[in-house]
Design a protein around this ligand. Structure first.
Ligand SMILES: [Zn+2]
Ligand SMILES: [Zn+2]
Length: 131
């Protein structure tokens, strides 16, 4: 019986890296290294070190920038992009407060401006009859 016990203990020791690393993302690679190179001792030590090493954290998800969707194809777009990278449609961003969009050249200008500073288009003074 002692022979079998030694065999089992030997197998346990031999596969220790795989046992320790079975929950790792690269458990299959550890197992392969363990099986194919474990007999070289160096391979076994490498597999063991690999199995007990702290895994590098997964690359953090893209920074939590506010996500926008293309109005045409619903592809996610980044703020400030001029065109949708998926469908190529120009993106219309809401003008920041205090700015308006020149109807002629589409540049953003002060909402109080009477004249576009980009193309020189003159605006009619805004009617503010409704108060
Ligand atoms: Zn699109
Ligand atoms: Zn203009």
């Amino acid at each position: 019986m002692s022979g079998i016990v030694i065999l089992i203990i030997g197998a346990l020791v031999y596969f220790l890296p795989s046992i320790l690393g079975h929950e790792k993302r690269n458990a299959a690679a550890i197992l392969a290294l363990n099986i194919f190179l474990g007999w070289t001792v160096v391979g076994w030590v490498v597999a063991l070190v690999w199995a007990v090493s702290v895994e590098a954290p997964l690359p953090a998800a893209a920074p939590a920038a506010p996500s926008y969707l293309c109005g045409a194809c619903r592809a996610p777009v980044r703020a400030g992009q001029v065109k949708c990278v998926a469908c190529g449609k120009p993106l219309n961003w809401p003008a920041p407060a205090g700015l308006k969009k020149c109807p002629d050249c589409a540049e953003q200008i002060q909402s109080d401006a009477r004249k576009c500073r980009f193309c020189g288009l003159e605006f009619m003074p805004e009617k503010r009859t409704k108060v």
